[in-house]
Design a protein around this ligand. Structure first.
Ligand code: PAF
Length: 271
């Protein structure tokens, strides 16, 4: 990968990277489109990164479909798929980890200890191998976006971080590779998550600015879904994730599946 990237760069060609864990959906493909528009070369990495999963999380059963992914990426016209084996990413004795701190600590950082350290480490390694000018991440993982931006700034990585809007199903459910875990009843209940966010956005648009009231609206909407167990619903600043702000973030379990979603209430609601 590094040899190819060096060749492209020495020929003056710009490189866009879309880092993924595979099991691609329309959200990933919209990032590929954005990368295509802004770069001469588009690389998509597919790597289910073991070190960003906790011991009781779904690393083993995380959906994998490399053949289908390759067909989709071929149709999308990407220049390279970077699919390193685990042993190449983490050879025996690999002990270096990248810890971002600050923005990586609350919410997802607290719920999933070690998760953002795993993400920051693998993103640093992917950047080292692909040498991108720009890298593309989905807004659905809003805290990951904030962590990667901080990582790039603090380590002077010189990569432009681009953020693609969350792509949603017609009923509002955010696309996620993990949605395949949901049974039909859970899938219907999952729509309560985005419905809660939209309710808060409508209240905000109508002038409601009390964060506790907006948060309660979300919680009340989710309380109406017996299959949804809310983990947190908070209104945070999108850069720090600790100070209060207008980014509404949710983590909830629907059956055994943990889903996250978010919406910036100060921006016009989607759809
Ligand atoms: O968002 C993801 O799919 C992953 O966290 C990423 C950025 C590819 C790192 O493994």
């Amino acid at each position: 990968m590094l040899e190819a990237s060096r060749r492209w760069r020495s020929a003056g060609r710009s490189i866009g990277l879309v880092p993924t864990m595979g099991a691609l959906h329309a959200g990933h493909l919209s990032l590929v489109d954005a990368a295509r528009r802004e770069n001469e070369i588009v690389v998509v990495s597919i790597f289910v990164n073991p070190i960003q999963f906790g011991p009781n999380e779904d690393f083993e059963r995380y959906p994998r479909d490399p053949e289908r992914d390759a067909v989709l990426l071929g149709e999308a016209g990407v220049d390279a798929i970077y699919e390193p084996p685990i042993a190449a990413m983490y050879p025996p004795g690999a002990s270096t980890r990248v810890r971002v701190g600050g923005v990586a600590e609350p919410l997802e950082g607290k719920a999933r200890p070690g998760h953002f350290e795993g993400v920051a480490t693998v993103v640093t390694k992917l950047f080292a191998a692909v040498q991108p000018d720009r890298a593309y991440f989905g807004q659905k993982d809003a805290q990951q976006v904030a962590v990667v931006k901080r990582l790039v700034r603090d380590l002077d990585l010189g990569v432009g971080v681009r953020v693609g809007e969350t792509v949603r199903e017609p009923d509002g459910v955010a696309l996620s590779s993990r949605n395949v875990y949901l049974d039909p009843a859970e899938r219907r209940a999952a729509a309560g998550i985005s419905a809660g966010l939209l309710q808060a956005a409508s209240a905000y648009a109508a002038g409601e600015r009390r964060l506790d009231v907006l948060r309660e609206l979300i919680r009340a909407r989710l309380a109406a879904e017996p299959l949804v167990q809310l983990e947190y619903a908070e209104l945070v600043d999108p850069d720090t994730f600790s100070a209060p702000g207008t980014l509404a973030v949710i983590a909830a379990r629907v059956g055994k599946t943990r889903l996250i979603d978010n919406l910036d209430l100060s921006k016009p609601a989607p759809g």
